[in-house]
Design a binder for this molecule. Sequence first.
Ligand SMILES: *Cc1c(COP(=O)(O)O)cnc(C)c1O
Length: 227
Amino acid sequence: MSFPGLSERLAEIRQTIEAAVARGGHAQQVRIIAVTKTHGPEAVEAAWAAGVGLVGENKVQEALTKMERVSVPVQWHLIGHLQRNKARHVNRFALIHSVDSPRLAQAIHEEGKRVGRPIPVLIQVNVSGEDSKGGFEPGAMEREIESLVRLDGLQVTGVMTMAPWEASEEVLRRTFAGARAVRDQLAAAGLPAVELSMGMSGDYAVAVEEGATLVRLGTILFGARGT
Ligand SMILES: *Cc1c(COP(=O)(O)O)cnc(C)c1O
């Protein structure tokens, strides 16, 4: 097995998640997404063997190539930026986490209409306001929601966010709570928004305390990525 100790690490992570749910008080179900980007198909197979059925990839082409090479029936999640000219590939994924602009939302909506099935997506929000991060601004959501509710080629099942790198716990908490508020705002507007995709290897415990339902874990499962 190419990732020794994976099952043990997962058992610890599941305990950490359980304790974080109890501390946070949101009583949510949390699912782990094994982020297999830069790793070969054996990472996907190892995740499946260890009981993780969801994998995350941040590049469409890398994901499509890997899909051809694995035989285990994992659910594929796209967690990285999607170029509009690749919108035709969305139906290969169980969930697109990274709808980061109105134009991309429109393009995926059109693809959903074309295939006759609403495409499940999350709206990526840039809570921290960093220039380097994509996503909708929480302050603009009220206006954006008016458009999103009309895009019936989309099924908006929640929100995704990324916290600033190595942020303090206070900043993490504020970021994750901000994403939760946007999720609740989408739900209040009538969208089927229940998911909160937030938390990575370094910050998933705080994310779960703040209500994360999907945590995206790479390094903590598979080790550091080569460049
Ligand atoms: C790479 C990546 C992750 C996983 O990050 P780790 O720190 O390795 O757990 C999570 N989310 C997104 C969007 C990523 O690109």
